[in-house]
Design a binder for this molecule. Structure first.
Ligand code: SF4
Length: 291
């Protein structure tokens, strides 16, 4: 791939089929898959009782300093697949009875994913599980293929976005991206089994010593999206030991969690989930199949 402009970095980089690309993400055109398996730790209406069929793509366009999956998000790793190989993975996961196919960090690989879905479109919902740092133009290309968007909304503060993710434009970029996702699939629709079939659920991870950033994200959600939008407030941040920033070397406190969760209620954002404050530990990180 030449001239890559898939994500808001707009590197116009050259990305060889395999190996190392010259863009910010450093990723090649074909994805490395680090894990493809049933996952029980997503939100209850995504994982359900049978699990979410997660496909963890290697690499990331955002590369946050606090990444909880840094083992796979910094470079291409895992098993390299082409579109046919990816379609086979979708088919295999569906045959295991999962509730959905969950594409985790798919952004640099959308062209291959589109090709794979043209080869085989599972009958269960397709979930796009993204950092929220997306170009509207790229998302438009996915219209009709994605049933559920699970975007992060990480930052309202461009200072924090620049400091931790080298993406000062994140707040306005994510806002417009999520608007486009809502335009495509709307707010959540659930089936009789209680599982989400269609719609957008926004995730926000609370970071230590960044509570104003979290309150600002909730303000942006309340001010810009329908009141029945689903928000998943995540308290699972834990230090991995590689922190470049001293304030990130601890978990969030009970008081920080309370401030953010009570503000979410105050704004009337009553749909969605709040993770227990005690949930911050590395058990949320899967074992990677780095083939
Ligand atoms: S996907 Fe990678 S190469 Fe393409 S624009 Fe984004 S960071 Fe640059």
């Amino acid at each position: 791939m030449d001239n890559c402009t898939l994500c808001p970095r707009m590197c116009r980089a050259s990305r060889p089929l395999t190996g190392t690309g010259s863009g910010f993400c450093g990723l090649p055109e074909l994805p490395g898959i680090c894990r493809a398996d049933k996952h029980m730790w997503e939100e209850p209406d995504i994982s359900g009782t049978k699990g979410s069929g997660t496909v963890f793509f290697s690499g990331c366009v955002l590369r946050c300093d606090f990444c909880q999956n840094s083992e796979i998000s910094r470079f291409s790793c895992g098993k390299t697949v082409d579109a046919a190989g990816l379609a086979d993975i979708f088919r295999q996961l569906e045959s295991e009875g999962v509730h959905n196919i969950n594409l985790v960090s798919p952004t640099p690989y959308y062209p291959v994913i589109k090709e794979a879905l043209a080869i085989y479109k599972p009958s269960v919902p397709i979930v796009c599980n993204t950092s929220g740092y997306e170009r509207v133009e790229t998302l438009k290309e996915l219209e009709g293929l994605i049933d559920i968007y699970l975007p992060d909304f990480k930052y309202s503060s461009s200072e924090a976005a620049a400091k931790y993710s080298a993406a000062a434009d994140y707040p306005e970029v994510a806002l417009e991206a999520i608007k486009e996702m809502i335009r495509q699939v709307g707010t959540p629709i659930h089936g009789e089994d209680g599982m989400m079939k269609k719609g957008v659920m926004i995730r926000h991870l609370i970071l230590p010593d960044n509570i104003e950033n979290s309150l600002g994200v909730l303000d942006m959600i309340a001010d810009n999206f329908p009141q029945d939008i689903y928000v998943s407030l995540m308290a699972q941040y834990f230090p991995t030991g590689n922190e470049k920033h001293s304030e990130l070397s601890r978990k969030i406190t009970e008081e920080e969690y309370e401030r953010v969760s009570s503000y979410m209620m105050l704004l009337g954002l009553e749909n969605g989930y709040m993770q227990e404050h005690e949930s911050a530990d590395s058990s949320f990180v899967p074992d990677w199949n780095l083939l």
